[in-house]
Write a protein that binds this ligand. Structure first.
Ligand SMILES: Cc1ncc(COP(=O)(O)O)c(C=O)c1O
Length: 423
């Protein structure tokens, strides 16, 4: 076994030089905003049409062309687009929707605003999406839909999930907020199910600042989404829905044209910027895999993207408890964090029962309401606890990646001698 003093690569915590010394500000800065974005925003500003502007429909057409889908409706954010999709699916009081717990809250909470009941299912360890076997076991005669989240840019196991949905006549929504540009069996993510939603919040791969896109091939779903939150477009519909032109169905969910201007420019750069991230992250992943970390390289049928770069660290194999591992890597100058999504089924909204008031549901003698048990998803809980988030290196070059690999190598090699916070 190597000792701290016998190697030129002594860990920073044991007095060695930090591994990561190159600039990380530029390498990890996101979003990338250029003159092109600025010009596009100025053009909208100068037009004076800051509420309703053709640029929003142009962005929708961009999405339709890019994905090869029939309909797209831009929203003020991804959350509202998810609400609109579930409304269009007809989710109503007491309907059950199977959802992951390991995701951002907006994949789930719109279910409540439709009066529905989220049913949390386990995530699986390879792609981090819903576990098809567990989904199957949670289907009841009240189940109406599944929300699939392609977490961190890794497509979920869609073949199996779509097969379950077909057999049980369930709607499927792809929450593709993290997965702009990912593919599954060659098909773009966002085109595999009944409908999909993309977030365009600042951190996302196609950022607008704030924005969301609903996409579908189903004209009926599209009309329902338009009717719910885009009253100014209802008169343009060719169906009896036109009679709702004065009110829509009561919400106002349209996207701001200034955000659409940014999103159009960002979408045009998406393939090149995704490629650069992918090259960087995959190069580092291979080196981290050699060191024993699981980095979620895509299975064969999948082309994943990297909204975020997560790796799995096994404390037992690595030798250092997770918190000490993070501490040692941070001392090396690496920007590593624990993942930022707390598991949803463990949140007070659910465990303290407030969710029922949001969903306006009350228990009846015929039907009790579910009680959310924070320990009901042991596999998801364990898996989530072993994740570590790294930068996704949108503009990094090889030498910075080498330094990150060195930071991990030093830390793992000296795991036995590095300090522990608890003995
Ligand atoms: C998986 C997922 N779904 C939905 C959303 C909601 O999108 P928005 O923030 O645009 O409302 C997010 C946003 O961060 C997300 O990460």
């Amino acid at each position: 076994m190597a000792t701290a003093t016998s190697t030129p690569h002594r860990p920073a915590l044991l007095g060695g030089p930090p591994a990561v010394t190159l600039d990380q500000q530029h390498a990890n800065h996101w979003p990338i905003i250029s003159d092109e974005d600025e010009r596009a925003v100025l053009e909208v500003l100068r037009s004076g049409q800051l509420s309703v502007n053709d640029i929003v429909t142009e962005l929708e057409q961009d999405y339709c062309r890019w994905l090869g889908v029939a309909h797209a409706v831009a929203h003020c954010n991804g959350t509202s687009a998810i609400l609109a999709a579930l409304h269009a699916f007809g989710i109503g009081p007491g309907d059950e929707v199977i959802v992951p717990s390991a995701t951002y809250w907006a994949s789930v909470t719109p279910v409540l605003h439709c009066g529905g009941i989220p049913v949390f299912a386990e995530s699986e360890p390879q792609c981090l999406g819903l576990d098809p076997d567990d989904v199957r076991s949670r289907i009841t005669d009240r189940t109406r839909a599944i929300v699939v989240v392609h977490l961190f840019g890794m497509p979920s196991r869609m073949d199996e999930l779509l097969d379950i949905a077909r057999r049980h006549d369930l709607r499927v929504l792809e929450d593709a907020s993290h997965a702009h540009g990912a593919r599954y069996h060659g098909r773009p993510i966002g085109t595999l199910a009944d409908a999909a939603v993309f977030s365009m919040q600042t951190n996302k791969l196609c950022p607008a600042g704030e924005g969301g896109m609903f996409v579908t091939d189903d004209a009926d779903l599209w009309e329902k989404v338009v009717r719910l939150g885009h009253y100014e477009r209802v008169l343009g519909l060719q169906s009896p829905n036109r009679r709702f032109a004065a009110t829509g169905f009561g919400l106002k969910l349209r996207m701001s044209p200034l955000n659409a201007a940014v999103a159009r420019v960002q979408l045009s750069h998406l393939p090149r910027r995704n490629r650069r991230r992918n090259e960087n992250v995959i190069a580092l992943s291979r080196r981290l895999e050699d060191l024993g970390l699981q980095t979620f390289l895509a299975p064969q049928e999948v082309e994943r993207v990297y909204f975020e770069f997560l790796v799995r660290y096994d404390e037992t194999a690595g030798g250092l408890p997770m918190s000490d591992f993070v501490h040692a890597l941070t001392a090396e100058g690496a920007l590593v964090e624990r993942p930022r999504y707390p598991l949803l089924h463990q949140q007070p909204l659910f465990t303290e029962g407030h969710w029922a008031a949001v969903a306006r549901l009350v228990a009846t003698p015929e039907r009790a309401l579910p009680v959310y048990d924070p320990h009901s998803l042991p596999r998801t809980e364990t898996a989530n606890g072993s994740l570590l988030k790294l930068p996704s290196f949108p503009r990094a070059t090889g030498p910075l990646l080498d330094q990150y690999a060195l930071a991990f190598e030093k830390t793992l090699k000296h795991a036995d001698t590095l300090p522990r916070s608890t003995p």
